[in-house]
Design a protein. Structure first.
Length: 413
């Protein structure tokens, strides 16, 4: 086979200079038939390697029979059923090529996003330990959101992946925007819809916003690929070279970075910067409701004698006068509030560390006073009764009174 350069030279000599075929063949040292073939071919010569046979070829009919039975049969099972003892990688490559003929393909249309239409949400777990007080450091989740039309991104670190904390983070980011998209897309995060159906908390939240919640199909990361890519963007562009003194410091740095860097970089897929499209996106979103949705961690419990309630592995003190009564515990990302009959019986800053006891000094002092008062009353009850003149009141056995009044309650008598 001649080279592309010889093919081009043959065509130039013949068509541009009128050199005869015999002379071209002699000049280039090729056969006259080669010259003729080059002149009749409109495409340059290209080497095509004839594929060598594979030891797996003779097994293909049996492989197809296995796929007829079960299109999703694992490669290891097929290898055992057909007696294949060669490389499992070779078998997997062959299955990758022919399996779609049996299980079908699931094409998706290219989506054109409209302003204010869709936002994608996800949890990102940065590999960085954040100081949270009490000598502890924790790797905490970050709630990330991306508006599909403008590609505007926002994120906030939260203390846990429980539904209440996730919804708190969502509400904080939505409040920053001032509006919400008509559709909210999530994967099957346990606090949002791990079973494939929205949790009660998530359904109540989006219902209060008048928005729609869409959960991604199982094992389909492309369903919310924008926010997934932005998580990688944070890992490679935001994290390197930074240090953080607290979750609040992390959130401050991240918010500043989005506003000054992240949302000002040109996005290749939309040929624009998110900040340039944000105005149109925001104008088409849904206004926020007059009443805030219910978010945060909530619990109702009977207050034990130690006058502390447990929330996210930490204990918070309550007014000890509420011992034995039902109290309502409410927590957002920053505070923990305990109420008794609608009145505040305890209020604390949220602790992001673990296994800590947070006690209000007022509750501690009140508990000490109530304890002294209680035991004083106990000792008073244990003192013998006395008459007004100070003489001790005599206490007699009940049997003495039975004998005095000649009463016999013994049924056998």
């Amino acid at each position: 086979m001649i080279s592309v350069e010889d093919w081009a030279e043959i065509r130039r000599l013949s068509r541009a200079e009128g050199v005869p075929i015999k002379a071209i063949a002699r000049r280039l040292g090729v056969a006259r038939n080669t010259v003729r073939a080059a002149l009749t071919s409109d495409n340059p010569p290209r080497y095509v390697r004839i594929p060598a046979g594979s030891a797996l070829d003779r097994f293909e009919p049996e492989i197809r029979r296995q796929l007829d039975v079960d299109a999703l049969m694992p490669a290891t099972v097929i290898a055992r059923n057909i007696g294949w003892t060669g490389s499992l990688t070779v078998l997997k490559d062959r299955l990758r090529a022919i399996r779609p003929e049996y299980k079908g393909v699931d094409p998706v249309d290219k989506v054109v996003y409209q302003p204010g239409g869709v936002s994608q949400w996800d949890l990102w777990f940065p590999d960085v330990a954040i100081p949270v007080g009490f000598g502890q450091e924790r790797r905490l989740p970050v709630l990330a959101a991306t508006s599909a039309y403008s590609r505007t991104r926002a994120s906030v670190m939260i203390p846990s992946r429980m539904a209440g904390d996730i919804l708190c983070g969502m509400w904080e980011l939505i409040l920053r925007a001032g509006k919400v998209t008509r559709t909210i897309v999530w994967d099957r995060e346990a606090g949002i819809g791990g079973s494939g159906r929205p949790t009660v908390e998530a359904a109540s939240f989006v219902g209060a916003l008048s928005a729609e919640l869409k959960l991604a199909p199982p094992r389909d990361p492309e369903f919310k690929g924008m926010v997934e890519r932005n998580n990688r963007f944070l890992e490679t562009s935001f994290l390197p070279g930074r240090s953080f003194g607290s979750p609040a410091d992390f959130n401050t740095q991240m918010t500043d970075w989005w506003s000054t860097v992240g949302n000002r970089q040109r996005v290749r897929s939309i040929h624009a910067r998110p900040i340039d499209l944000w105005g149109d996106d925001l104008a088409a979103m849904i206004p926020l409701p007059a009443t805030s949705p219910v978010v945060g961690l909530r619990n109702r419990t009977r207050l034990a004698r130690d006058y502390h309630v447990r929330l996210d592995c930490n204990d918070y003190s309550v007014d000890p006068r509420a011992i034995g009564r039902w109290v309502d515990v409410e927590a957002d990302l920053e505070t923990v509030t305990i109420k008794l009959g609608g009145k505040i019986a305890g209020h604390h800053a949220r602790c992001w560390a673990k296994e800590q006891t947070i006690t209000d000094a007022t509750h501690l002092e009140l508990a000490r006073y109530l304890r002294v008062e209680y035991w004083a009353a106990q000792r008073a009850r244990e003192q013998p009764r006395r008459h007004d003149d100070g003489t001790r009141v005599a206490l007699r056995a009940l049997a003495d009174y039975d004998q005095l009044f000649q009463v016999n309650f013994d049924k056998t008598g």
